[in-house]
Design a protein around this ligand. Structure first.
Ligand code: ACO
Length: 334
């Protein structure tokens, strides 16, 4: 059987930076509250007069990843696109990438797994490569959150944490069984779907709600039971990291770099302490980007790689938890 490894990485964030202080023009919040609870200092939000979207940002990140892989668009066999903020209700963003990059009529799918979207996307691409169906798969995570947030005081418990951005990687076939993705571990628990949700648009709600639009209707904005999500996140992160390590006869001391989904710095710090990882063993960048959901792990992975924090042979552990609930981990030997 083949194995898969990351051949190229790229990320793209919109130019417009929104600091915590900037948010106070729309809502009653403070830099102190946001930093203390989440670690976030700023995020990138697509400017109002920009035409950028999840697909356009994903395309920019993809171009960088393909070039760094030493490939061209014609080398890519398949596209996997993870997002919760697609340009259209349907079709998904994957097909837009095929068009934007001028690719041949290769297949494209969208993954709808929110914060775990990139982990699920990577696992999907990995399976296509392991079975020999494809040689090079483009995996993208991208989010355009800012246009869908409730930026009033009413929505501050959610809106301050999210940022816009995209990341991409090219996953390629290798015959070296000791390198690349060693294993992926995926989970879900749908009974908690409504603890972190955008209810509309949906076939059930959107038509009646658009016809009878009502100012009190909050179903278009994300709802999050933050404390409940936080408590579940720290448990599931820990479980799925151990599951991945155990499956490969590894332990936390073997980790060279842990890249958690950037949901909240306090969650990442909890996991870091639990596994007794040093600051050098964990990469966080939520301070600068906020929670970019499906894009967060791939943006952090790319940034860590660009800074020279990942060396040949390193054990890299990725883990995510989010809406669904869904969670997962990926164990990579670089
Ligand atoms: N600024 C100032 N005050 C605020 C803000 C804000 N931005 N937001 C909430 N508050 C207030 C609340 O009104 C509340 O005030 P009260 O006590 O007078 O009622 C108080 O602060 C505490 O609010 P909580 O919501 O209980 O704050 P909490 O400590 O839970 O922190 C947070 C909120 C940061 C969102 C946290 O719950 C969290 O990080 N949860 C997990 C997020 C996560 O992991 N999500 C998963 C990924 S996202 C995805 O999958 C799409």
């Amino acid at each position: 059987m083949y194995n898969s490894k990351i051949a190229g990485l790229g990320f793209y964030v919109p130019e417009n930076i929104v600091t915590n202080d900037d948010l106070t023009q729309w809502m009653d919040t403070s830099d102190e509250w946001i930093q203390e609870r989440t670690g976030i200092k700023q995020r990138h939000w697509i400017a109002d007069d920009s035409n950028e979207t999840s697909a356009t940002m994903g395309a920019e990140a993809a171009k960088i990843a393909i070039e760094r892989a030493g490939m061209t668009k014609d080398d890519i066999d398949f596209i996997v696109f993870a997002t919760l903020s697609p340009d259209y209700y349907f079709p998904g963003c994957g097909v837009q990438i095929q068009d934007m990059l001028g690719m041949d009529t290769i297949g494209a799918i969208d993954i709808r797994n929110q914060c775990s979207g990139f982990i699920y996307g990577l696992a999907t691409a990995d399976q296509f490569i392991k079975t020999g169906m494809y040689q090079n798969v483009l995996v993208i995570g991208a989010e355009y959150h800012s246009n869908g947030l409730d930026k009033t005081t009413r929505g501050r418990g959610v809106s301050v944490i999210f940022g816009d951005g995209a990341g991409a990687c090219v996953l390629t076939r290798t015959e070296d069984q000791t390198k690349g993705i060693l294993s992926s571990h995926l989970h879900s628990e749908g009974k908690h779907a409504e603890e972190l949700v955008v209810k509309s648009p949906s076939i059930k709600h959107w038509v009646p709600e658009i016809i009878d639009s009502n100012g009190e209707d909050l179903s278009y904005f994300p709802y999050m039971n933050g404390t409940f999500v936080f408590k579940n996140a720290v448990v599931r992160f820990s479980e799925v990291i151990m599951e991945g390590l155990t499956a490969n006869q590894l332990s936390p001391t073997d980790i060279d770099l842990f890249i958690p989904h950037q949901a909240n710095l306090r969650i990442a710090q909890f996991v870091q302490q639990k596994f007794k990882l040093s600051n050098d063993q964990v990469y966080n960048n939520i301070m600068n980007y906020g929670n970019t959901t499906a894009a967060s792990i791939i943006i952090a992975l790319t940034e860590a790689w660009e800074k020279g924090k990942i060396k040949d042979g390193d054990l890299v552990v990725l883990a995510a938890f989010g809406s669904g609930f869904t969670w997962g981990s990926t164990i990579i030997r670089w």
